[in-house]
Every structure is written in structure tokens, then in C-alpha cells.
Design a protein around this ligand. Structure first.
Ligand SMILES: [Zn+2]
Length: 758
């Protein structure tokens, strides 16, 4: 057991009886199966990264010579150094899990180099943030200009430095590097002094910008040092705009950047365990409850384009290529673990397990080790993977860590009880009691697990087997003898006896497949067997960008979006949907020509995880509606002389796009472009056949906010109707249309411009 945990226990022992505790990663070893593979592949990815390149931003900022140039991508475009922090955590936890000596060597080397940077800086500071000293000096003076992603025009600096705080903590906690603790304390003292002159109001202003779990790391500093000033700082740097509504049990999360919030809540929970602030802990539980139960899709992920969608409307999530982000689940697992330990409540593990198998495990390429950023649920879309040399995104940082610590919750224990939480092939050494347990299982391909006890002498203690929420007909046998099962789903089954060498526990259960609808009550559902989400590979065509390049948006798929209306749907009496799937073997099922399999097995392919469900009548209505829409589209095309789709590259090039202060994007299945200055296109009015120009936008077009110029003359507006405006086309064959923003504010997002005959 490590120092940090001992102190935690001392602090908790007042309030908790038989407090649940983790085993250290050293005590648990994976022995086979997909999680062991993920760990092995992650080890290779970790070793493929170069410590000197990751250290370069820190050396540059300290004015020391670099030993290798820094990495590109996000590591040299403002977020310099953030991967270095994650890397310390990954090295430390992977070392604890595997004992690989190269990892420890690298960790010690990196911490030593960071200590050099800190010594050179002279004030305790060490960081990779570009122009860090100038930046922090401004904050110290109270010169604060913050938005969601930028603080004084620097890209999320507190988020960045939080990674270093966490990395140093993990280097000490998991790998026993004492120098890491010294550097961490120095860094903590520097930060405490930095914010000392700031008022609470100014600190809250700083916290408007994404800052990771910086409050959590100050709570950890308090645990490590027992110095109260860190616990006070932890509370001062807790973001009230998020905390206060949660204390009032109000969910105001819609529209917020999701991964900005989750780490703050982990901090609230940790601070609550140290201060006895039960309202902070209840706020964390309330947040967890809402996010996990009303804001997550079947595989445990949440958000669209990184933001919380309305709990009542998942349509954006279904449409976007930017589905749930892996960092969010990385942090939701950390929050689930914290609440499980604090509340001794096994029900947190059902969500933990669901996200572990279906999001975390699936977010890594099982051979190449690349990490996934977005996991779309849009039917027939796909995910892409990072590469060690090109990709330095947030989800690479958290991804490096994700696969180092699968051993953290397979087992837990209290003073005299052993808990088996997950069915994953592994061993646990309960060092304090000289007990070893070996778990052999092929779950989820086989609904059985066997546990063998090794003990030098007979010992009396309880083994608690988790009875998962999804398990049916759970049986427990000891040495082949059926035991009475005194428990229900989402609890533990306890076996209390004197255990001797070679005692064997067998756990058997059944799983079934069910349809799990999206939380918004829409007619979209996924097939889930036990805790395993199923999906079908549908195509390997047009997987553009499958292995990411080093561009700023290299983490986003570039391949075509296939029409949602073409996706496979379940039609008929709802009672028949489940009978439409037929088991093949090993968690594979046929559904017409599709083969459903565990989503975590699906890679290098387009896939369908969510299916729209229709009664026969509703399906026919939808078909008729689509036919009608198609007829209308054809009629519109027939009267179109020329058109341009705004925000789409080729049509814009074809129409000689010009513009200033303009950006473009893709929402609601449509591309768009807007401007704070002007945009212009050249359209062809062949034979002067067109009489009107119709301009469509995704937002309401207010004539007072935007003006239109055709061939250098103000255009005549014939009608304005919500998101469409109609202009009189000119009599020229070439129509140069200029759209001008009035007063420099953003125009609506324009989507399409057509010249029409009628
Ligand atoms: Zn991320």
C-alpha cells in the first residue's frame, strides 16, 4: 500500500466503517483477454514516444538547451507540455502494473529533468506553456481576460499545468519517485503564491477557462503534506458557477463543454471527503447521476462536438461525426471510482464496467495502439486513430493512461473482506494477508468465472462476489458445492468461511440481450448483451484519415457522412425486434445481412450501433415523407439555374468564393458559412432565366443584421421568411453576390444560395 492511500485511510477512518479500499496496481496482474492485450499494446505506444521530445517545451520555457525538438501538433501550437504530464502518469501506472524497468528509468529521468527546469526557473515554477513566465505574471497582477478555451490569449494554461500536477502526483503515488513529490510541492507553493493577491472574484474569473482537475491536485497535496494551506487553495480554486447549481440539485449542463466540467466534480468529491462538506459530495453524486443516467449513450460516453447536448434531445449526437469524447469517459470512470469508494455503493460499478468495456477498451486500436478521440453513434460512420509521431491531442494524453490501470477495480478490500468486482482474468496478491486469488474467465464470451484461493494457512474472511445489475440466475459454488445466493442484482453475494489452500469458487450467470433506447425517449436503440454493447461492421469504404495526420483537426474523420435515412431500421411490432437477432457464437448475432458483435471488437470499419425502430405504419409514413421530400427536392432542382452550397469546399471554389473574417462548419447535416465582414460568390444566370435568388441559413435571417449587394448595387429584398430570404436576381448573366455583416457581428450561418426561375 502506498503512502497516499494510508493517509487517505487515516483521514477517512473517522467516518467510515469497513471502508472499501483499492489494491495497489502492483498487487493486481492481468493474465489474458482483451484488457491484457490493450495493456500490452499501450506499453508499446508509450515506449514509442520520446521523453526528450516531450520534455522540450519545459526546457525551452526554462531557458535550457533542448535535447530533441518538441513534438508537433498540439504540442507545438499552444498546449505544449500537456502530453508530458499525462506521460508521467502513464509511465508510473504502467510501471506499477507491469514492473517494466524501462518505464521506471524513463520516469526517473523525466522527473529529474523537470527538477532541473524548476531549479533554473528559481521560483518553484515548471511548465511547458509558451511564454509561460509572461503569462503567469499577468495573472499574478490580476490582469485576467478569460473565455472557455483561452485565458489572456493562451490555450487553456491551467488545464495544461494540471496535467503536470497530476503526473508528478502519480509518479510519487504509483512509482514511489520521491523527487516527484519535491517538484510537486515546489509547484504547489509557487501556484499558491501566484494567486495569493487575487480576490475570490478574480479567481473565479480565471476558472472560467478550462482548468482540468486543478482543485483535485491541491486536495492531493494536502493529503501528501497535511499542510492546510493546500486544502484551502483547493476550495478557493473550485469553480462556483458549476458547483453552486449542483449543490441546489439543478442540472444546468446543457451546452457546456463536457470534459471541462467532469474533473472539477472529481475535485469537489475529493475535497468533500477531506472537509466533511457533505453538500459538495451530494453535488458530485447529483452530477454523476445526471450524466451517467440521462446524458450518456449505451457505451457510457457523453456529449456531441465536446459539449453536453440537451438530455431530451440526442438528435445532434446521432448526426455528428464528433460523438462522445474519450477524455469524458476517462474522467467519468475516475468519478465513478471515487464515489464507489466513498459511498461503499456497488451500483457505481455497473456504469464503470459499461464504460470500461464499451468506450475505454474500444477507444484503442487493438494492434497499432492508436487512440480514438470521438466515437460517433451516427449510423455507418467510423472512428480514426492517433499515431505516436503525429497526434498530440487530449485524448492521446488520457488514452496513454486509460490502458495502464485496468487492475484498479477488478478487486477491492476492506479490513477483513475481499471483493471481486469485475470478471477479468487476473491475479490479486493481498499482501497484508498473504492471500493470492487467481481468477480464470473468458467473460464476456463465457458466463462463468473461476476463483482459486492460495493461502499459506487456513484463514477466516469473506469473499464478496459482485452480483451485477445485468446478471440473471447467478449461482455460486465453493469447491463444486452450490451456495445459497443471498443477494440481488446490483449488490454483492458474500461467502464467509475459513479458506484454505486451493479452495475454488465458481460463479455462473446468464446474460440476455436487450434493446436500450437513447435517454431522450426517441426511437433509437442499441442492442446490449449483459454489459456489452453490440454493433455491426457495415463497410470499409472511404475511411479517410483513418490514421491521423498532424493537422490541427487531424482527430476528426474526413470521410463522407452516409445518409441516416439509409441506415438499417427495425420495423414491425416492438415485441419482435429482439427475436430478429439470431445468435451465431461468441457474442455474435445475425440481424438480416448484418452481424452484431461486441463494439470493442469493431475497428477499421464503418459501423452501426444505434437502430431506428418503427411500427410498420410509422415506417410507411416515413417512407412516404421521404418520397415527398425527394419530389420537392427534384422540383426545386428543376427550377434552379445555379446554386452554391456554402461552407463546402468544391462548390465554393467553383463559385469563386471570396471572404473576410469568415468561418464555416457543419451542423444539422448541413454545411454552413458565416462572416463578421463579408463573403461573396459568383453565380451563373444562364440565359438570364433566373428571376430570384433564394438564400437559406441555419438561423433566422434578420434583414437589419445583414445586407446584400449584387454586382456592386444594393439588392432588392423581395421577402424575408425566417431562415430564407428572397432577392431580385439581376439582369446580368454573371451574378456577383456579396453578403455583408452589419456592425461586425456574426451573420447567420448561410447554407445555400440558389438562382431560381420561379
Ligand atoms: Zn480528449
Amino acid at each position: 500500500m502506498n503512502t497516499l492511500r494510508i493517509i487517505t485511510l487515516l483521514l477517512l477512518s473517522v467516518s467510515a466503517l469497513a471502508q472499501m479500499q483499492l489494491f495497489s496496481l502492483q498487487e493486481v496482474k492481468l493474465t489474458g483477454g482483451p484488457f491484457k492485450n490493450a495493456q500490452d499494446v499501450d506499453l508499446k505506444y508509450i515506449l514509442a514516444l520520446k521523453p526528450d521530445k516531450l520534455l522540450a517545451p519545459y526546457l525551452i520555457d526554462a531557458g535550457l538547451p533542448v535535447k530533441a525538438p518538441r513534438y508537433g501538433n498540439w504540442e507545438s501550437s499552444g498546449l505544449d507540455g500537456h502530453i508530458g504530464g499525462h506521460y508521467l502518469s502513464a509511465l508510473a501506472m504502467m510501471y506499477a502494473s507491469t514492473g517494466n524497468a524501462e518505464l521506471k528509468k524513463r520516469l526517473d529521468y523525466m522527473v529529474d529533468q523537470l527538477a532541473h527546469c524548476q531549479a533554473k526557473n528559481g521560483n518553484g515554477y515548471v511548465g511547458g506553456i509558451p511564454q509561460g513566465k509572461v503569462f503567469w505574471e499577468r495573472i499574478h497582477k490580476g490582469d485576467i481576460d478569460g473565455s472557455s478555451f483561452g485565458l489572456n490569449n493562451t490555450w487553456v494554461p491551467l488545464y495544461n499545468i494540471h496535467k503536470l500536477f497530476a503526473g508528478l502526483r502519480d509518479a510519487y503515488e504509483y512509482a514511489g519517485n520521491k523527487q516527484a513529490k519535491q517538484v510537486l510541492v515546489g509547484l504547489g507553493d509557487w501556484f499558491t503564491e501566484l494567486i495569493k493577491p487575487l480576490s475570490d472574484e478574480q479567481i473565479q474569473q480565471v476558472l472560467r477557462t478550462e482548468h482540468g482537475g486543478i482543485n483535485e491536485t491541491f486536495a492531493d497535496l494536502y493529503i501528501l503534506t497535511k499542510d492546510k494551506k493546500y486544502l484551502e487553495t483547493a476550495q478557493r480554486i473550485s469553480h462556483r458557477a458549476i458547483l453552486n447549481p449542483l449543490i441546489d440539485k439543478q442540472d444546468k449542463l446543457t451546452g457546456l463543454h463536457a470534459n471541462t466540467q467532469i474533473p472539477k466534480v472529481i475535485g469537489f468529491e475529493k475535497i468533500a471527503t477531506l472537509t466533511g462538506k457533505t453538500d459538495w459530495s451530494e453535488a458530485a453524486m447529483y452530477f454523476w447521476q445526471n450524466v451517467s443516467q440521462t446524458r450518456s449513450v449505451a457505451f457510457g460516453g457523453n456529449s456531441v462536438r465536446e459539449h453536453f447536448n440537451p438530455a431530451t434531445d440526442f438528435s445532434q449526437v446521432l448526426q455528428s461525426n464528433q460523438g462522445p469524447e474519450t477524455c469524458n469517459s476517462f474522467n467519468m470512470l475516475r468519478l465513478s471510482k471515487a464515489l464507489f469508494l466513498d459511498k461503499n455503493d456497488v451500483s457505481y460499478l455497473d456504469f464503470y464496467e459499461r464504460s470500461l468495456y464499451n468506450h475505454i477498451l474500444s477507444s484503442q486500436h487493438p494492434e497499432k495502439g492508436g487512440f480514438v478521440y470521438f466515437t460517433p453513434i451516427r449510423p455507418n460512420h467510423y472512428r480514426l486513430y492517433s499515431q505516436p509521431e503525429t497526434s498530440m491531442w487530449c485524448c492521446v494524453g488520457s488514452g496513454l493512461e486509460n490502458h495502464t490501470k485496468y487492475g484498479e477495480l477488478i478487486y477491492s478490500h476492506s479490513a477483513n473482506d475481499l471483493f471481486v468486482n469485475l470478471f477479468i482474468p487476473s491475479t490479486v496478491n493481498w499482501t497484508a494477508k498473504q492471500i493470492k486469488l487467481t481468477q480464470r474467465t473468458e467473460f464476456p464470451y463465457q458466463n462463468e468465472s473461476e476463483l482459486v484461493v492460495e493461502t499459506p494457512k487456513p484463514q477466516k474472511f469473506s469473499v464478496h462476489i459482485r452480483y451485477p445489475k445485468w446478471a440473471e440466475n447467478l449461482h455460486v459454488l465453493v469447491n463444486g458445492k452450490v451456495q445459497p445466493v443471498d443477494g440481488k442484482p446490483a449488490s454483492y453475494v458474500a461467502i464467509n468461511r475459513t479458506w484454505k489452500q486451493g479452495d475454488k469458487v465458481t460463479v455462473r450467470f446468464k446474460t440476455s440481450t436487450h434493446l436500450e433506447y437513447l435517454p431522450d425517449g426517441s426511437n433509437w436503440a442499441a442492442f446490449v448483451n449483459g454489459p456489452i454493447v453490440l454493433a455491426a461492421k457495415t463497410s470499409t469504404d472511404d475511411l479517410k484519415g483513418l490514421f491521423a495526420d498532424d493537422s490541427r483537426m487531424g482527430h476528426e474523420t474526413k470521410g463522407k457522412l452516409y445518409p441516416i435515412t439509409n441506415a438499417y431500421a427495425l420495423v414491425g411490432d416492438p415485441a419482435t425486434y429482439l427475436s430478429q437477432i439470431k445468435p451465431i457464437n461468441k457474442l455474435r448475432f445475425s440481424l438480416d445481412s448484418l452481424t452484431l458483435q461486441p463494439f470493442y471488437e469493431v475497428h477499421d470499419a464503418r459501423y452501426q450501433m444505434y437502430f431506428q425502430t418503427f411500427s410498420k405504419e410509422a415506417f410507411n409514413e416515413q417512407k412516404a415523407r421521404l418520397k415527398q421530400q425527394e419530389a420537392e427536392a427534384l422540383a426545386l432542382d428543376a427550377s434552379t439555374v445555379d446554386k452554391v452550397n456554402c461552407g463546402e469546399q468544391q462548390p465554393e471554389v467553383d463559385h469563386d468564393y471570396k471572404g473576410e473574417k469568415s468561418d464555416s462548419g457543419y451542423d444539422d447535416e448541413r454545411f454552413w458559412r458565416r462572416t463578421r465582414s463579408f463573403i461573396a460568390y459568383q453565380l451563373q444566370n444562364k440565359n438570364r432565366a433566373g428571376k430570384y435568388i433564394d438564400i437559406r441559413a441555419l438561423d433566422t435571417i434578420k434583414p437589419e443584421q445583414v445586407s446584400f449587394v449584387i454586382n456592386d448595387k444594393p439588392a432588392e429584398v423581395l421577402s424575408a421568411n425566417g431562415k430564407t430570404i428572397r432577392l431580385n436576381a439581376s439582369d446580368d448573366e454573371v451574378v456577383r453576390l456579396k453578403i455583408v455583416a452589419v456592425n461586425g457581428a456574426n451573420t447567420p450561418r448561410f447554407n445555400q444560395i440558389r438562382i431560381l426561375t420561379h
